[in-house]
Design a binder for this molecule. Sequence first.
Ligand SMILES: [Zn+2]
Length: 225
Amino acid sequence: MRRAMIGLILSLTVVLFSNFVFDESSLKKAFVESVIDNETFIAIVDGNKIKVKLLGVDVEDWTMNYYGAQALKLLQQTINKIVYLEFDNAVVTSDVEVFAYVWLELPNTIQEQGKTYVTQEEISSKMLNALLIVNGLAYPEPLFAGLKYIKVFEGLEKYARTNLIGVWKNYYAPPRVSVFVTPSLGYYHVSTCPLLQTINWSFIADYLDAQAMGYKPCPLCRPKK
Ligand SMILES: [Zn+2]
């Protein structure tokens, strides 16, 4: 997963080029305590517990499909870790709930004429919001006008779309065979499986994606394998 991601990011260099003024001292260190859904987590900041929502992205619904489940996994990797929150002047935040860009690690910066900048490469490799988009698990969401990184996000979406990454793969090449996944059993099923009447399925996926996630064909309904 990590290696694939880095591969993607390297090839982005050709596409993107702008740098952004960056103030590292304005970042807030946060300890991620838990994940609520694939856009929201609970973190400890300056000793206070706050709800953090990912800014500028609309993430696939984790209850409904494979890509949403992948996005949730990416968020869950931050649990018990330190991240760095960057706020946007375009958004007013409260003491208990904030919208933020979430840096998984501090980006490398460059100095030019007395100013500090961060490159698009750093953004697309170290900022969670951007990683979700470039992996085809989320879309840019200009919910607030004038977001600092929205143009980068749009560029990353274009990249993911052009290269059929994540949701874009299904968008242009619909699932070959959709199956219903029950993670508690470790199986995937056809829609008519009797087990689905007693156990709720979590998401629908292409059978090959379900296999790639480690799920086995249900021995009762015998879906495609
Ligand atoms: Zn079944």
